[in-house]
Design a protein around this ligand. Sequence first.
Ligand code: ZN
Length: 147
Amino acid sequence: MDPRELYQEIILDHGRRPRNFRPLPDASHTAEGKNPLCGDHVIVRLRYRDGIVEDVAFEGSGCAISTAAASTMSELVKGKSRAEVDALFHEFHELVTGKGVANLEELGKLAAFAGVSEFPMRVKCATLPWHTLQAALEGGRVAVSTE
Ligand code: ZN
């Protein structure tokens, strides 16, 4: 299978049936993010304890790219430390901005977003959930905007 088709399939699948799209009543950290350019709105909640993301969930509404980005992110960051989350976001950011990544395999499903680098308007859609997750990890209820 052409990797591009596989990537497209992953994004469509996660856009239509987002994983961890639910409330998280025992969340310890929450942040809200908005991308006014596209109208994406995401609320990321996590249970962060002893330096580990024990659980993560999101809600909101947005385009297929932002929804799929939040969904794949939620799958990948669960069980990870803050440093691991930061490293993943760094790699993901390099990928979607077309800078290339050292190890595509390490990114798993996130590799599906490689094509986003061809559409600069979409980079903010793909990174919004990650910026919001970082804001949540910084602590408290905070709002971020990509503008
Ligand atoms: Zn969007």
